[in-house]
Design a protein around this ligand. Sequence first.
Ligand code: NAD
Length: 451
Amino acid sequence: MFSVINPANETVVAQVPLTSAEATDEAIARSKSVLGAWKDVAPGDRAMLLRRFAAVVRDHAEELAQLEVTNAGHTIGNARWEAGNVANVLEYYAGAPERLFGQQIPVPGGIDITFKEPVGVVGIIVPWNFPMPIAGWGFAPALAAGCTVVLKPAEVTPLTAMRLGELALQAGIPDHVFQVLPGKGSVVGQRFVDNDTVRKVVFTGSTAVGQQVMAGCAKQVKAVTLELGGKSANIIFADADLEKAAATAPYGVFDNAGQDCCARSRILVQASVYDRFMELLEPAVKGVKVGDPSLESTEMGPLITKAQLDTVASFVPDEAAVAFRGDAPTGAGYWFPPTVLTATENDRAYREEIFGPVVTVVPFTDEADAIRMANDSEYGLSGSIWSQNLGRAIRVARGVETGNLSVNSHSSVRYWTPFGGYKKSGLGRELGPDALDAFCETKNVFIATDN
Ligand code: NAD
């Protein structure tokens, strides 16, 4: 049994059984046993079942959101968006089963056609920072493609995924087509990698574990999608709307207490406006409302665990160059205040993913310097560019090696546009029109017409 803890007050909210390696293999075998039947569900019927699943999730959105507030310390506003996102993603991919088009390719002596076929049993491994959306980004397109799914939530945040598993059955998704297996990464996740009945692994988490997952999958030539870490840049040019750039910068990094792979945790500011930007940033950071995540007015909750709190705190030692900080509650709960550090390009806080509410601010000289600094990272997931010069914004967007950029905003994720990383931020793309390809094999069939 695993004790699930509310990170806002450190009380135990549930006891969850941990799935064993043997039980994982049995679940994978059940998943395989229903694969043929699920694949053969008529496209319109599979679409209808996914729409029904979406509707049931929407009917339970408030319950799911409250569960996430309790389990993960997400603000209620964020948690409602997250539950709605699962329903949206299901609805979006419910449009896919009737549109899994192949091609007809001109060839001499016959007809050549391609079929999109489900890759098979899919194993989805989810981290603790966005338990609901990241689960949905995997299971919705996988189910739409005709795959069956085994899904492992993170040890510390299993509750919403387990509830989604129940809601799928309630919606009429057949038994064993979508199974949620709470447990340890080294046990359940490792079986997804090592059991050769699983033909595809979708992993979201740290780069270190992602590398192990990829190496394990390589032994079986198993397909893998990786969504890993980030250290994204928020690039602010002198010609930007500085008031807006400063007012929004805290929300580009401190959302979900900074436990966001897309966090813009390096603010790069053109040197000529650095002082003015810092003057504007200070009240914005001090204005972030940190506290009880169940209150509608709260903008930032606690960190997920004591271990995460210790990790984040290690980036802000006593001698750290703290420019200014916001407030956070004291007492029970894993609280850390929004913190702004001035840094150099060699500082650990500037280079490593912190995954907490800590941001470094560093000046740059010109456009080329900004692109150089943004790209001087092993990661490439997200980022923002602030400039009122459209040509410059486009040039910089093309120059930055990262998968998801926003200009004059901090928006990275829409379920109908692709999401994923360059370099050590990952491999493959989720969401958007092409996500189905990650769950399909392409079969080519030639039919002779000259006999
Ligand atoms: P983690 O790598 O520790 O764990 C992620 C998941 O992998 C968990 O479910 C865990 O149980 C499982 N796991 C652990 N060891 C395993 C193993 N040997 N085999 C298979 N599975 C195993 O990451 P975390 O601490 O839960 O999440 C934080 C990290 O996730 C951050 O680095 C963050 O940037 C990244 N992240 C990336 C994205 C993205 O889309 N790129 C999204 C969210 C989080």
